[in-house]
Design a protein around this ligand. Structure first.
Ligand code: AMP
Ligand code: MG
Length: 353
């Protein structure tokens, strides 16, 4: 109780300030990440990726992810402090991802944050991972203010979010089945490409042509939802038919056609959301946001409609802790209270309010 009261007093004193340091921790999936941020500025950003470890299993193995977070978390935090040229004594608040994500993975970061905060007598604040992805746009455009439309396209989510304020977010469209990143990963597996599939498909598509017929789900529907599993099935059928006929599959053409279609669908619905709401600022979030074809399509359509587009660099589209630190700063400004030591991780935490 005494710890929590002190934490509340500290956070209240910080609300009107933008000069204090946040140590941010992110362990929701397969990246052990730590960062030091001040306001919307990143002082250090360290990401220890486990991709090479999970590659041989064709996807993230939750227990292996948790174990590796446990092994790497302390060194990752120390590296973030070192690169920012600060010590724990300089840190005012610890920000940590509470969810959504893998339970065991989240718990490593959360327990570490709790222990550090309690030992130092400083507050810790639980952050929603999706709000973190949205906040990555604040790093790139420190003048950005809601309202804006965010296309969130990651391995677990595909949503069009109307950000009215940092604590009022409405979902205008979401996937009915696979997430966009999941579709990239599954199609890559069908094409015998390693995990994670997104960057592999992007590489292969460079030498391919957009000439394969794939279905465009919900083309004539008014809603802004997505469906990707039918496209994945169509790719599986292309591969099976080529095999049955003894023909060599033009994998690069399939990759290029699939990538162009997904980029087109994501872009069309995002632009439509901006038009319908009259909000002319569009932001991008999530790992699929690293895809060059999607970025090109968004740039083209936003320019055509005279919408402002914020495109975080690829390293801020994929998981990182800087976005968690900046989200924490925004949350403190608008009144969030510190988390208590009893708080638990929440694998399916929602950001829709
Ligand atoms: P996240 O869930 O935000 O950590 O992002 C991971 C997802 O993004 C995985 O499904 C990746 O395949 C996907 N991804 C990463 N880079 C790219 C890329 N260049 N093109 C398409 N998808 C990508
Ligand atoms: Mg993510």
């Amino acid at each position: 109780m005494e710890y929590y009261q002190t934490a509340c007093t500290i956070i209240d004193q910080l609300r009107a300030r933008d000069d204090y340091l946040i140590l941010a921790i992110e362990t929701s999936c397969d990246e052990t990440a730590a960062a030091v941020t001040r306001g919307r500025t990143v002082l250090s950003d360290v990401v220890e990726s486990q991709i090479d470890i999970h590659k041989k299993y064709g996807g993230v193995v939750p227990e292996i992810a948790s174990r590796n977070h446990s092994l790497k978390i302390e060194a990752t935090i120390q590296e973030a402090l070192l690169q920012a040229n600060v010590t724990l004594n300089d840190i005012s608040v610890i920000a940590v991802t509470r969810g959504p994500g893998l339970l065991g993975a989240l718990l490593v970061g959360l327990c570490h944050a709790k222990a550090l905060a309690y030992a130092r007598g400083i507050p810790f604040v639980c952050i929603n991972h999706i709000k973190g992805h949205i906040a990555a746009n604040y790093i790139i455009d420190p003048t950005l203010q809601p309202p804006f439309i965010t296309l969130l396209a990651s391995g677990g989510h595909t949503e069009i979010l109307k950000v009215d304020s940092f604590n009022k977010i409405e979902c205008l469209g979401s996937t009915c089945d696979d997430a966009a990143g999941e579709a990239f990963d599954k199609v890559a597996r069908v094409l015998n490409l390693p995990y994670p599939g997104g960057p592999e498909i992007e590489k292969l598509a460079l030498t391919g042509r957009v000439n394969q017929k794939l279905p465009y789900p919900f083309r004539r529907e008014k809603h802004l939802n997505f469906s990707f599993s039918g496209i994945k099935t169509a790719v599986i059928n292309l591969v099976a038919n080529a095999k049955r006929k003894g023909q060599e599959l033009a994998s690069a053409d399939v990759a290029a056609s699939f990538q162009a279609l997904v980029a087109n669908i994501l872009t069309r619905n995002t632009i439509e959301a901006a038009k319908r709401t009259g909000i002319n600022t569009v932001a991008l979030a999530g790992g699929v946001g690293a895809n060059s074809e999607l970025r090109r399509a968004l740039e083209h359509s936003c320019a055509e409609n005279q919408f402002k587009l914020i495109l975080p660099p690829k390293r801020f589209c994929t998981d990182n802790a800087s976005m968690i630190g900046v989200a924490c700063f925004e949350e403190i400004k608008i009144g969030i209270v510190p988390s208590g030591l009893e708080v638990d991780a929440d694998p399916s935490l929602s950001c829709i309010i």
